[in-house]
Design a protein around this ligand. Structure first.
Ligand SMILES: NC(=O)c1ccc[n+]([C@@H]2O[C@H](COP(=O)([O-])OP(=O)(O)OC[C@H]3O[C@@H](n4cnc5c(N)ncnc54)[C@H](OP(=O)(O)O)[C@@H]3O)[C@@H](O)[C@H]2O)c1
Length: 301
């Protein structure tokens, strides 16, 4: 094969790629291919490990980086000037929205306590809040936020929506102070940016109802961890976090033992829904790249 050199993280996609591309497989763990100085398009391995990102500085021909994550704030410091970055687009919507709803259901219905009871051989019968009749505030009504609402459609909930740009049925961030006290569940699905870093601070949490649940499937640093720990220890709020700051919490960190907290290890996007969607995305983007067509999901031009 000849033509532009491309690195992809999965050997399985190679037979589906254009013969006009010269393809090597780099999965982020195996040996770094010798063609590194020829790479023009780099499909990053699906990992938050930074070592695959460091390799970009050794790719003088690099023109396009394709991320398999939706968030890309961790990539920006490594992206060489003039290189186009494409993110994962809608790849993670289904899996992450599904986890958000699973966290809501589990935390509201007391599943963590029941599992601990099962481990201890205890029948912990008691009444927990239901999802039915709750008001759910989605902060970050983009691809994942809208997918969460679609999945909530059978649960008898009222949905409130916040995004950066207000539109019909979607309020701007400035309206959060009025919306927060109305919500039983606040779910975070914003990107981590200068504006959203620390968005959920002591003031935000203070506006939440007594007994309300905070669900974070966005990025850990959107939440001020210390402020959340204060509320959890008061027993005033509940939380379910797929992402944390720090991530992962080091051994002995207060997040491991906070009351009313359900933790999952950043698995929103990482389910069996990932690979079929990743494969379709890679094949279509590289078809476009090989044909010189405009790429999808460009986040840095
Ligand atoms: N837990 C996981 O495994 C996992 C998986 C995938 C993604 N994520 C995280 O989820 C984030 C969202 O993903 P997505 O694909 O849904 O992104 P998206 O489609 O770009 O949607 C982001 C939403 O956030 C809103 N937003 C951006 N800045 C805001 C601000 N300052 N205030 C209020 N709203 C703001 C946007 O508003 P507009 O609609 O007005 O632009 C948009 O509605 C990603 O960036 C990533 O960090 C986590």
């Amino acid at each position: 094969m000849s033509g532009p050199r491309v690195w992809v993280p999965y050997a399985e996609v190679v037979p589906e790629l254009s013969e006009r591309l010269a393809v090597d497989v780099y999965d982020g763990e195996g040996p770094v291919p010798e063609s590194i100085e020829e790479v023009e398009c780099y499909v990053l391995p699906y990992t938050f490990d930074l070592s695959p990102l460091h390799l970009m500085s050794r790719m003088p021909q690099l023109r396009v980086v394709q991320s398999l994550t939706a968030g890309y704030e961790h990539i920006l410091p490594f992206l060489p000037a003039g290189v186009t970055l494409c993110n994962a687009g809608r790849l993670h919507d289904a899996s992450t929205a599904e986890l958000a709803v699973a966290l809501m259901l589990a935390a509201r219905r007391g599943i963590p306590d029941f599992v601990r009871g099962q481990d201890a051989g205890e029948w912990r019968h008691r009444r927990w809040p239901s999802l039915a009749d709750s008001t759910v505030l989605i902060v970050g009504y983009g691809g994942i936020g809208a997918a969460i609402e679609r999945r909530l459609a059978g649960f008898d909930v009222e949905v409130l929506r916040v995004a950066r740009r207000p539109r019909a049925g979607v309020a701007p961030l400035a309206e959060l102070p009025e919306l927060l006290p109305r919500a039983d569940i606040v779910v975070l699905s914003v990107p981590l940016t200068d504006e959203t870093r620390g968005l959920v601070d002591a003031g935000f949490l203070a506006r939440m109802r007594d007994g309300a649940l905070l669900v974070n499937v966005a990025r850990g640093a959107v939440v001020d961890t210390d402020a959340l720990l204060v509320e959890l220890h008061k027993g005033r709020l509940f939380a379910a976090l797929d992402v944390t700051d720090p991530e992962p919490p080091p051994p002995g960190h207060p997040l491991w033992s906070a009351p009313g907290l359900l933790l999952t290890p950043h698995v929103g996007g990482n389910s069996t829904a990932f690979f079929p969607r990743a494969r379709r995305l890679i094949v279509e983007q590289l078809r476009r790249f090989a044909a010189g067509e405009s790429l999808h999901h460009v986040v840095v031009a």
